[in-house]
Each structure stands twice: as C-alpha cells, then as structure tokens.
Design a protein around this ligand. Structure first.
Ligand code: GUN
Length: 343
C-alpha cells in the first residue's frame, strides 16, 4: 500500500499545477518548471520584517546587529556590506567591527564578550571563514546563544535537532521559507540533501526532517550517488562544485534547490554551462566571470520547480538574517522565557 502524500498546491502561482513525480505521465508534454524567485520572496520577507520593526519601535525596541569581519576577503566584504546596508533599509541598528587579519583568538573573544554584554545588540554575526590561526569553534561557542543569529552555537544546533524553537541557520531556513511560501509541501516526500556542512547540509536535513520529509543526506563519497539523487522528490544541492548535479542525476518532476554559488572564470566552461545564452555571455564579457550553481542548468528543464542561480537561495540568506535579528530581539527583550506567541 502506498502512503498518502501531500498534494503540491502552488495556489499563488500562475503557472500550471505541479505534478507529483509518480503521477507524471511520460507521454504527456512536461509543463514549464516554476521558477522559485528568491529575490521576490526575500522582498516579501523584508516588507514583513520592516513592519515588525516599526511595531517594535512603538515599544521602544530597536533590533541591533553586530557584524565582525576579520581581514579583507573580497567575497566576505561584499556579503557583509550587503548585510549592513539591508539593516539600514529595514531600520535595524548595525555595527560593523573590522579587526585586521592579524587579530588573535583572545582579542576576538574579548570583542564577543563585550557584544554579549550590550543590551542594544540582539544579534552577533562573525563572518566566516576566519583566518587559519583563529580558533573558529571557540569563537562561535563564545557567542551568547540568544544572540546567535547564524544559529551556529551548539545550543541552537541542539534546539534544532530536538525540534525546539530557536535561532536557525539563515540559508537552510531560507530554503524552507521558499518552499512554504510557494505552497510546496515537504510532508512525506523524499528529500535528498547533497552536502554535509554544518552551515547548510546538516541543518537543512534537520529542518526537512522536522517538516516530516523522509530525508537522505549524501555527499561526494556516497556510493552510486546518482541512484540516491534520482530518488529525490526534493533535491537540495549544497556541495560547492559547479554544475555537479547533472540531468541524469535527477528525476523529472523533482523540485531542485540549488544552494551553490560558484564563480566560473573559464570561457569554455561558461559556454558548456550556458550554450547560446547571450545574456550570460554579455555578463562574462563585462566581468570576466559568471556564477553557476551546484546543479547543471540543463537539469532544470524537466523539474517541477527550481531555484535559479543567481536570484534563488542566495537572495534569501540576508532576508533570513534580518528576520532572525528581529526574532532574537523579541525573544530576549520581550519574551525572555522564549514564548514568542505572547509577544
Ligand atoms: N560565510 C558564508 N556564509 C555565511 C553565513 O551564513 N554566516 C556567516 N557568519 N558567515 C558566512
């Protein structure tokens, strides 16, 4: 007897209804996949977060986020600039601390201790990666779990694992939000997470499990990886390798979530990923690179829905950080017993 499965019900979408993979009729023409537009969903979240910030202002609460950015890693600088800018747009107080590359673990621990003690700081984010000489684990564990807007502290990892409310890592939380807001139910579905990082893969798997998916975590050493990924109704790729998931590794009608952001600087590789794509070629000519996800773009064509790169999951991370900062402010300042329902 087959188990009943939730129907996909993309009610808010104008495109044709999604089909359950097992209901797909191979002889019928495949309907165009739904593009899960991270920019649009992030914009929806930011509007809601801004409204919450306005209502908190009436109670004399202004959420505050401190960001520690060590040294000068170009990609980190771009991300952090964007995080601080978004704080300003939504009305979150922000403070950027930029110690030099030579900073010691003890000096960083002292900075974290001082931020932990300041009432106007609700969230503390230490931009990763840190220089090799810094003890990253010790530093992440020094952040007050109630200010841990990255959800990396072992207390928050434990809360997620035991299904308790808490602060959850922004990228996987963003994926869940995309699925939820586009009415893509995960209950009872086979979800495969490709990648086992502490930042994305592991928390992603736990969030899907908590939402009643049947979850498999796999990685680059998984035997016969394609046979595992082909079983996915929902495939989340977070392995950090450009175009790693190819067409033959996915089931037509699956939902494809691409967390990868990989920069391709070789023109032939760019053309292999994006043949006859004038827009991409123009970007490459201008910048000398294009961005590609962990899923080969050709694999999207037969999917039920997919997140594009760029403009998919990546666009969600900052919106979720803003949301976590407001949640941390409410939990710590208005609901110290952790009961957000009463705020
Ligand atoms: N570096 C890349 N992604 C992240 C993230 O989500 N949080 C932090 N702190 N650093 C990162």
């Amino acid at each position: 007897m087959s188990l009943p499965r939730d129907k996909l019900s993309p009610m808010s979408l104008t495109s044709a209804p999604l089909q359950q993979p097992e209901e797909r009729d191979q002889t019928r023409q495949h309907t165009a996949p739904v593009i899960l537009d991270g920019l649009a969903i992030a914009a929806e979240i930011k509007v809601e977060v801004a409204a919450e910030i306005q209502s908190l202002a009436k109670r004399n609460v202004r959420p505050g986020l401190a960001v520690i950015l060590v040294g000068s890693v170009a990609a980190s600088e771009i991300y952090v600039r964007s995080k601080v800018k978004t704080c300003g747009e939504l009305g979150i107080f922000s403070e950027l601390i930029t110690p030099p590359e030579s900073v010691t673990t003890d000096e960083l621990l002292a900075m974290v201790a001082s931020l932990n003690a300041r009432d106007e700081i609700d969230g503390i984010l230490i931009q990763l990666p840190l220089p090799a000489h810094v003890d990253t684990r010790r530093l992440l564990e020094a952040v007050d779990p109630d200010k841990d807007v990255d959800g990396f502290h072992p207390v928050n990892v434990g809360r997620l694992q035991s299904g308790q409310p808490g602060l959850q890592p922004c990228t996987p939380a963003g994926v869940m939000e995309m699925l939820r807001r586009r009415n893509l139910s995960v209950t009872g579905r086979n979800a495969v997470v490709l990648g086992r990082s502490d930042i994305v893969g592991k928390p992603m798997a736990m969030l899907l499990l908590n939402a009643s998916a049947t979850v498999t975590i796999c990685h680059s050493k998984t035997a016969d990886l394609a046979s595992v990924t082909r079983g996915a109704d929902i495939l989340v790729a977070a392995i950090g390798r450009p175009g790693y998931v190819t067409e033959d590794m996915v089931r037509p009608g699956a939902i494809l979530i691409d967390v990868g952001i990989n920069r391709v600087t070789d023109e032939r590789t760019m053309q292999e990923f994006f043949p006859a794509d004038a827009a991409r070629a123009a970007i490459f000519a201008k910048r000398g690179s294009v961005v590609v996800g962990d899923i080969h773009p050709a694999a999207f064509a037969t999917s039920a829905a997919y997140t594009p790169v760029p403009g998919g999951v990546g666009a969600m991370t900052i919106a979720m950080l803003m949301s976590n900062t407001v949640k941390a402010a409410k939990l710590r300042r208005l609901a110290p017993k952790g009961d957000l329902q009463r705020v």
